[in-house]
Design a protein around this ligand. Structure first.
Ligand code: ZN
Length: 573
C-alpha cells in the first residue's frame, strides 16, 4: 500500500467517523471518537509501514487534540489531550523533530493547566521537564521543581526528587520576576507610591472571556488557579495578586451578563497587595500576560460549549488528498459545518485612531484615516456581495476616529463571534522610495524588517521581545497559523494583482510573520495587511484617491471570497 493511499484511508475513516457521529443521538460523541482514534493509534504502533509516515501520526495526534477541544465534557477529553501530547513527543523522537517536541511541551503544559487534578497531570509535567531538559538544564530544574512542589502525592515524585537533585548545580540564581517595577519618578505616582488599579474591563462570549486590568504604572504580579470547593459551592477561581498596589476609589466593574464568568471581585489582599479574582463557571484553558504603556494585565479564559471545529480541520490539506470518493453530498456539507469551516462573520479592524495617528505621509496624510477608508470600503463590498459566499455579518472595530487599545480589538472581534479578522494598515519606511504590499500573520520571527514593522504597529503599547516570546508560546497552539497563512496568501495575491494592473509598478513583498499584539488571542484566521507605503510620495498621493482605496478594498474582498469559498468546499474538492 502506498503512503498516499494509507493517509487517504485514515483520513476517510476519520471524516466518516466525525460526520456519522454528528447524527447519532444519545451517545457520547467524544467517547466514541476517542475509541476510534485510539484504535487508529494502536494500529499505528503495530503497523510498520504506517509508523514511517509522519502525516498519519500528525492526523491522529490532531484528532486527539480536537476531541478534547470539541467535546470538553466528554469523560475521554483529558485522555485525548494527554495522548496528543504523548504522540508529539514520540514524533519528536521518531522523526528527530524539534517542532514536534515544542508542540508536545505546549500541549502538556496545557494539560497541566486544564486538568491540574487529573492523575495524569504529574505525568504531563514530567514530560515537559524531560523535553525541556534536552535544551536547558536550568529550565529543566524549574520544571522538575514544579513537579515536586505541585504534585507532592504523585507517583512521579521520586523521579522528580532525584532529577531535581541531579540538576541542582543548574538551579537558576533567582526566579525572574514577571515584571520589575519601573525606576522611581519615571511613572506617574499615586498616593503612597502605590500602583493604582484604575480600570477593569471585560469582553465575553459564551465560550470566551478577556479581562483587562488597567494599572497606572508597572507592577509585579502573580497569578494562580484555585480549585473549586464543593463544600462551599465555590467554582474555580483565577486570581492575580498585584504587588504594591491599591484600588482606585472610583473603580467600577461592569456587571457580567453572559459567558464563562460568574463574577469579578477585587480587594486589598494584604496591606499593599490587590487581588483580582475571577469566578469561573467552567473553563478549558486560561492565559495571563502583561502589556506596558500603559501597564495592564490581560486574562483570557476559554471554555466549553465551543462550536466544534478548528484544530482538527487543519489536518485536512486539500492539495494533497482526494475526498471525492464515497462521501455523500449531505454528509459533506454537515461535515464542513461540523468542522467550523463556514465563514459567516468578518471583523475588519482599521488600525490606529484617535490620539494614535499611525504613520504619517510626506504631505501629512495620516495612516489612521486611510485605514478607516479602506475598512469602510471593504465592509460595504462585503455587506452587498458577501452573502453570495456565506458571509452574513460584517463589523468594524471602529467606524470613527477613535482610539482603541490593541488587545481590545481582539476582544471586540471575539465578542462579535468573528470567523475572520482583518487588520488594515499602511506601511512606513525611512527610505521614501520604499513601496510594495505585504500581509502578515502572527508568529515569532528573527527577520529584522518584519520585527520593525511589528514594533511600529505595536507602538501604542509595548512588550519586550522575551516577554512577547513567552506570551506567544501560550497562544500559538490555538492561533490557526495554517489557516491564517492560507487566508493571507489569498489576500496578498489579489491585492497585488489589483494594484499592479491599475497602478503599476508595485512590489509583491509576500506573506510574512511577525508578533503583532492586535492578533494575539484571536483563535480564528487573522491577518494584518500593510496595504501601501504611506511614506512613499507617489503612494501617498494614490492613497488620497477613492479609486485607489477601492482597488485595495476590492483586492482584500477577493481574497476573503476565495478563502471563504475554499473553506466551504474544503471537504469535497
Ligand atoms: Zn499601522
Amino acid at each position: 500500500m502506498t503512503k498516499r493511499t494509507l493517509s487517504f484511508l485514515i483520513i476517510s475513516s476519520l471524516i466518516i467517523l466525525f460526520s456519522s457521529i454528528q447524527t447519532s443521538i444519545g451517545q457520547d460523541r467524544g467517547e466514541k471518537l476517542y475509541e476510534e482514534t485510539f484504535d487508529l493509534y494502536k494500529n499505528l504502533s503495530v503497523n510498520h509501514n504506517k509508523i514511517q509516515n509522519k502525516e498519519i501520526w500528525e492526523i491522529i495526534a490532531r484528532a486527539f487534540y480536537s476531541i478534547d477541544r470539541d467535546y470538553p465534557n466528554s469523560p475521554k477529553a483529558p485522555n485525548s489531550l494527554f495522548l496528543s501530547g504523548k504522540m508529539y513527543e514520540e514524533m519528536g523522537e521518531r522523526f528527530n523533530s524539534q517542532k514536534d517536541f515544542d508542540k508536545s511541551v505546549e500541549i502538556s503544559r496545557k494539560f497541566v493547566r486544564k486538568y491540574p487534578y487529573s492523575n495524569l497531570a504529574d505525568d504531563a509535567q514530567l514530560r515537559v521537564a524531560r523535553i525541556v531538559e534536552k535544551e536547558s538544564k536550568s529550565d529543566a530544574y524549574i520544571e522538575y521543581d514544579k513537579l515536586v512542589t505541585d504534585f507532592p502525592k504523585g507517583d512521579m515524585r521520586t523521579v522528580a526528587l532525584n532529577k531535581r537533585q541531579e540538576l541542582a548545580p543548574f538551579k537558576p540564581a533567582k526566579k525572574a520576576p514577571v515584571y520589575k517595577p519601573r525606576a522611581k519618578g519615571q511613572a506617574s505616582t499615586s498616593r503612597n507610591g502605590l500602583t493604582k488599579v484604575s480600570q477593569i474591563r471585560h469582553w465575553s462570549t459564551d465560550d470566551y472571556t478577556r479581562v483587562v486590568i488597567h494599572l497606572d504604572k508597572d507592577s509585579t504580579y502573580t497569578s494562580r488557579l484555585l480549585k473549586p470547593d464543593p463544600q462551599y459551592g465555590t467554582p474555580p477561581r483565577l486570581f492575580v495578586d498585584i504587588e504594591g498596589a491599591t484600588v482606585d476609589k472610583n473603580l467600577y466593574v461592569e456587571p457580567i451578563k453572559k459567558g464563562l464568568l460568574e463574577q469579578i471581585k477585587f480587594a486589598r489582599n494584604t496591606k499593599d497587595t490587590v487581588r483580582v479574582v475571577l469566578y469561573i463557571e467552567s473553563f478549558d484553558d486560561y492565559k495571563v500576560f502583561a502589556l506596558k504603556d500603559p501597564y495592564r494585565i490581560v486574562m483570557d479564559i476559554e471554555g466549553s460549549g465551543k462550536k466544534s471545529g478548528g484544530y482538527y480541520a487543519t489536518g485536512i490539506n486539500t492539495d494533497r488528498y482526494d475526498y471525492k470518493s464515497g462521501l455523500p453530498e449531505d454528509r459533506v456539507s454537515s461535515l464542513s459545518e461540523a468542522l467550523g469551516l463556514k465563514i459567516r462573520t468578518v471583523v475588519i479592524d482599521a488600525g490606529h485612531g484617535g490620539h494614535d495617528p499611525g504613520a504619517i505621509g510626506p504631505s501629512g496624510l495620516k495612516e489612521k484615516e486611510v485605514n478607516l477608508r479602506i475598512a469602510k470600503a471593504l465592509k460595504k463590498k462585503l455587506d452587498t456581495e458577501g452573502k453570495q459566499f456565506g458571509i452574513t455579518k460584517v463589523y468594524l472595530t471602529r467606524s470613527t476616529d477613535k482610539f482603541i487599545p490593541l488587545e481590545e480589538r481582539t476582544g471586540i472581534a471575539k465578542k462579535l463571534g468573528a470567523d475572520l479578522f482583518i487588520s488594515i494598515h499602511c506601511n512606513a519606511a525611512r527610505n521614501r522610495q520604499a513601496y510594495g504590499i505585504e500581509t502578515y500573520i502572527l508568529s515569532l520571527t528573527n527577520d529584522q524588517r518584519s520585527l520593525a514593522v511589528a514594533a511600529r504597529e505595536n507602538a501604542t503599547t509595548s512588550i519586550s521581545r522575551s516577554d512577547m516570546a513567552n506570551v506567544l508560546k501560550q497562544y500559538l497552539l490555538g492561533a490557526k497559523i495554517e489557516e491564517s497563512q492560507r487566508f493571507a496568501v489569498h489576500v496578498q495575491s489579489s491585492v497585488v494583482k489589483n494594484v499592479s494592473t491599475k497602478y503599476p509598478p508595485t512590489r509583491n513583498k509576500g506573506v510574512k510573520k511577525a508578533p503583532f499584539i492586535v492578533l494575539i488571542g484571536a483563535d480564528i484566521p487573522s491577518i494584518l495587511v500593510e496595504t501601501s507605503f504611506i511614506t512613499n510620495p507617489r503612494d501617498e498621493k494614490r492613497l488620497k484617491s477613492n479609486a485607489y482605496i477601492n482597488e485595495i478594498a476590492d483586492g482584500i474582498f477577493v481574497g476573503v471570497k476565495r478563502y471563504s469559498s475554499e473553506m466551504q468546499t474544503a471537504s469535497i474538492q
